[in-house]
Design a protein around this ligand. Structure first.
Ligand SMILES: NC(=O)c1ccc[n+]([C@@H]2O[C@H](COP(=O)([O-])OP(=O)(O)OC[C@H]3O[C@@H](n4cnc5c(N)ncnc54)[C@H](O)[C@@H]3O)[C@@H](O)[C@H]2O)c1
Length: 255
C-alpha cells in the first residue's frame, strides 16, 4: 500500500453493491467519496462509513449530466487533492413498471435512459477521472458490466444487456489508452446479486431459484462477493490486470 491515503470515488455509492464496495475500500484504508442521486441513501451510507472511522464525502450526483459529473470531480479535487480509484456502480435495470419489455414494444425513452445511465454515465465519470489519476501516474477504474452481457439472458432485457455489453468494449479501449499512465480499467460481470435493484423487478420466486440452481456454489451473490473482487482490482498487486472481464457469478457461466 502507498504511503499516502488513497481516495476512491464510487458512483451509485449509496446502492447495494456501491456501499459494499465503499466499506471494503474503507477497510483497506482509503478515503471515500460516494456519488448518488439518492440524497437520503447517501446520508445513511456516510453514517456507516464514518462510524467505521472513514474520511467520507457524499456528493449528490447524476452520472448522465456532464455538469454534475464535473462538479463532483471539482469537489473531490478540492477536498482530497487527488483521486486513485473509480468504481462505477451507478446503474439502472431499465424496467417498465417492474417488467422487462421485449424489443417490439420497448419505448425509445426507456432504451435511451438505460444507455444514458449505464453506458454514457460510466463514460463521463471515467473521462473525468483520467486527468486526476494521470497526475500521480496511478489509477484503478472498475466498471460494472453484467453476466447479461456475457451469455444468453432472459427475454426483455435488451436495453440492459446492450448497455452492459457496451461497457466491455468501452473499458477495453480505455484500458489501452491509459495503461502507460499506470491506470488499469477492468469490468466486473456479476450474476444476480441480492440488492434493491434485483428486488425491484417483478421476477418470480421460480426465477430466483433457477438462478441458484445454475450456480456451482448453490446460492445467489451478496454485494460483498462483488466488492471483494473489486477491492482486489484496486490494489497495487493488480497492476498487471487490465482490460479484463471478471466473472463473479458463482460458476453459473464458465467461458
Ligand atoms: N444487482 C444485480 O443483480 C446486478 C448484477 C449485475 C450487475 N449489476 C450492476 O451493478 C451496479 C450496482 O447495482 P446494485 O444492484 O447495487 O443496484 P442499486 O439499485 O442497489 O444501486 C444503484 C445505485 O445507483 C444509483 N443511481 C441510479 N441512477 C443514477 C444516476 N443517474 N447517477 C448517479 N447514481 C445513480 C441509485 O440511486 C442506486 O443507489 C449496477 O450498474 C447494476 O447494473 C447488478
Amino acid at each position: 500500500m502507498a504511503d499516502v491515503t488513497r481516495i476512491a470515488f464510487i458512483t451509485g455509492g449509496a446502492g447495494g453493491i456501491g456501499i459494499a464496495v465503499a466499506q471494503r475500500l474503507a477497510q483497506a484504508g482509503m478515503a471515500i467519496a460516494i456519488g448518488d442521486t439518492d440524497r437520503d441513501a447517501i446520508d445513511v451510507a456516510l453514517g456507516t462509513l464514518r462510524a467505521g472511522g472513514c474520511d467520507a464525502l457524499g456528493l449528490v450526483l447524476d452520472v448522465t449530466s456532464e455538469s454534475s459529473v464535473a462538479a463532483a470531480y471539482a469537489a473531490i479535487d478540492n477536498r482530497f487533492n487527488r483521486l486513485d480509484v473509480l468504481v462505477n456502480c451507478a446503474g439502472v435495470q431499465g424496467l417498465d413498471n417492474g417488467k422487462r419489455p421485449p424489443v417490439e414494444t420497448m419505448a425509445l425513452g426507456l432504451w435511451k435512459q438505460t444507455l444514458d445511465v449505464n453506458l454514457t454515465g460510466t463514460f463521463l465519470s471515467c473521462r473525468g477521472a483520467i486527468p486526476l489519476m494521470r497526475r500521480h501516474k496511478w489509477g484503478r477504474m472498475v466498471n460494472i458490466s453484467s453476466r447479461a452481457a456475457r451469455m444468453r439472458t432472459g427475454l426483455g432485457n435488451s436495453n440492459y444487456a446492450a448497455s452492459k455489453a457496451g461497457l466491455i468494449g468501452f473499458s477495453r479501449v480505455l484500458a489501452s489508452e491509459v495503461g502507460r499512465d499506470g491506470i488499469t480499467v477492468n469490468c466486473i460481470a456479476p450474476s444476480r446479486v441480492i440488492t434493491a435493484m434485483t428486488l425491484s423487478a417483478s421476477d418470480s420466486k421460480a426465477s430466483f431459484e433457477k438462478n441458484i440452481v445454475e450456480t456451482a456454489v448453490g446460492r445467489l451473490a451478496e454485494p460483498e462477493d462483488v466488492a471483494g473482487m473489486i477491492a482486489f482490482l484496486c490494489t497495487d498487486e493488480a497492476s498487471f490486470v487490465t482490460g479484463t472481464i471478471m466473472d463473479v457469478n458463482g460458476g453459473s457461466y464458465m467461458p
